[in-house]
Design a protein around this ligand. Sequence first.
Ligand code: NCD
Ligand code: ZN
Length: 349
Amino acid sequence: MSEYLKKITIIKPDDWHVHLRDNEILKKVSQYTAKFYKRAIIMPNLNKPITNCLEAITYRHEILNSMESNNKFDPLMICYLTNETSLEELNLGFIKKIFVGAKLYPYSCTTNSKKGIKNVKNIYHILEMMEKIKMPLLIHGEENDTSIDIYDREAKFIENTLEILRKKFPELKIILEHVTTQDAVSYIEEANSPYLAGTITPHHLMFNRNNMFINGIQPYLYCLPILKRKKHQMALRKAIANGSKNFFLGSDTAPHFHRNKINFFGYAGIFNAPCSFLCYVSVFEEMKALKYLQSFCSENGPKFYNMPINKDTITIVKKPYKVMKKIKIGDNIIVPFLSGKKLDWSIEI
Ligand code: NCD
Ligand code: ZN
């Protein structure tokens, strides 16, 4: 990484956790991820989840068609695991490089997870095969038992489910996605294993649960896993500032229409693609850890997924950048993370 004055050039980053949706939302949002990131793992939790090879191929085309033709963005597809997932389909999809991994959503734990898994024992045969073929397992790591306090569901998942899975499938590559707690950070750091990694979002680095309730309720800070106490936010910041190789960038950009965010039953998810990378830069700068920016954003992820590191670079300059207020989609709008706010860094064009 070359850093001089107020300009930084690093290897172009990848985003290892992105929701692009489909149809008219996809057409409007994909460009933001493609502007900053060379590759992105595309979450399969569409209204009709991506559960087989044909759906993934079709969806990938849709994503590529939503971009300008000169764009070199590479969407990496993920299979949504259900009780019906076929071993043959998953195996074929991985061998043919249609899927780079498969995602475990505990039943009803987040947006579009009603086809998720009620009992992980039901998919042990799938996990066993994934371990054998070295197919990564991406996990939304929260217990879905509503009797467990929502702020404890990640820690409980580690204790009740993840630890058992890791013992049973010791060579299964697991990514604990969007980690939010000190418990998750310590668990991953202590394991210090080539088979376990975590992704961290910009919003969990920048905010804690108090921010959701300042000046009234803030639906645009509502996401799952929910923001936690300040001590957990600080643990995440420390993890990236320590340059731990077991963590990498996964923005969890998750666009929803404004009308759904402010609905009676407001949807969880934060659309941060227009500024996610710039937010990470600010946090690394605040933590005096810019020397680890490149490993977190551009190296640790591909190493874990066993993929080449990008050849392109990206340059950012310390020049104020104003996040757009909203994007219009027909009669609807989507409001981005930090809408209308000023950031310290912008991309050099
Ligand atoms: C995501 C979404 O809207 O698809 N929501 C969120 O709050 N993060 C799903 C997810 O990753 O949990
Ligand atoms: Zn997500």
